[in-house]
Design a protein around this ligand. Structure first.
Ligand SMILES: [Zn+2]
Length: 306
């Protein structure tokens, strides 16, 4: 196979190279298009989180989307290999750690009509179809994200929007209250809180994880979720707890189908009573991530209000 026949336009050159390598258009290899090229200065990405093997969350989803690794939000060996390959391709230190320089090479401004790996990163972060094509669905998800995060809702993913997308907080996609029936969220709309078996709506998961990370920094442990039904709660679980309450054997429980737990937007944590050190910390800080103890008399119940 001679590469001298490779045409000059980037797209046809890429197709010809794939053909020469015996790879079809759908082959799962990281191909960098012209619009993937650099990118942001490290002054722009200086405050982005450093992600590496063992990290999890929205920033990892961005990395996985752009490097065309399986998107699960958990930075494992395959993601590390993909990052090392990406770093080599850009002449960066190939250590598998995504710091400011690697972030600067990974992300760039994308908008409606673009078709590249950076768009894949946006789509992976927003939990929508990852196809690299910035069309109406991506535009809608981006403007919703911008609105939910007090950004200019222009649909253009520039430095301010990227900072929120990778920043460890911020709501993801649409509010489950507008999309699903209480207590009947599909598994695809729920995400692990990152420990135990608890799940919350993907909509609030990045803010929850950011809050939990700050709590862990302060108290040396994860937020003490208080029982097996203390995060997302199915309709049947709500019926069970409501019957306990009616019979005088359980705490106050919302009428089935109305609890914020049924939307995956509330979590019960053992920080009682009011005035305890952990309660006071949450009371002073949870609002930064959109959480509030919105039920009087329940210092353990924290609901997501964004
Ligand atoms: Zn509760």
């Amino acid at each position: 196979m001679s590469l001298s026949i490779v045409p000059s336009s980037p797209l046809s050159r890429r197709t010809a190279l794939l053909g020469a390598l015996g790879l079809g258009a759908g082959a799962m290899v990281p191909i960098l298009s012209a619009t993937d090229a650099f990118a942001y200065a490290t002054s722009v990405t200086a405050n982005y989180p450093v992600v590496k093997q063992g990290s999890s969350g929205g920033a990892v989803r961005v990395v996985q989307g752009i490097t065309r690794t399986g998107v699960d939000g958990v930075f494992g060996p395959a993601t590390k290999t993909a990052v090392i390959n990406f770093q080599r391709s850009k002449g960066l230190t190939a250590d598998g750690v995504v710091g400011p320089a690697t972030w600067g090479a990974l992300v760039n401004t994308v908008r409606n009509g673009d078709n590249n790996n950076i768009v894949r990163g946006v789509q992976a972060r927003l939990s929508i179809t990852v196809d690299g094509q910035f069309g109406p669905g991506t535009l809608s998800a981006v403007t919703t994200f911008q609105r939910n995060n007090s950004l200019t809702a222009d649909g253009i993913v520039g430095p301010a929007t990227w900072a929120k997308l990778v920043g460890g907080g911020g709501s993801v996609g649409g509010n489950p209250k507008n999309l699903y029936t209480n207590g009947r969220l599909p598994a695809s709309a729920l995400t692990s809180v990152g420990f135990g078996s608890w799940r919350l709506s993907t909509y609030c998961i990045n803010d929850f994880k950011a809050m939990n990370a700050a709590f862990k920094t302060r108290f040396g442990k994860n937020l003490p979720i208080s029982g097996s039904m203390s995060a997302y709660r199915t309709y049947d679980q709500q019926v069970y707890l409501y019957n306990l309450y009616l019979s005088g054997k359980g705490n106050l429980a919302a009428r089935p189908g109305t609890s914020n737990h049924g939307w995956g937007l509330a979590v019960d944590v053992s920080v009682s009573p009011y005035g305890s050190t952990m309660y006071n910390w949450l009371n002073a800080n949870a609002g930064k991530w959109g959480f509030d103890d919105d039920v009087s008399g329940e210092p353990w119940h924290w609901a997501y209000k964004r």
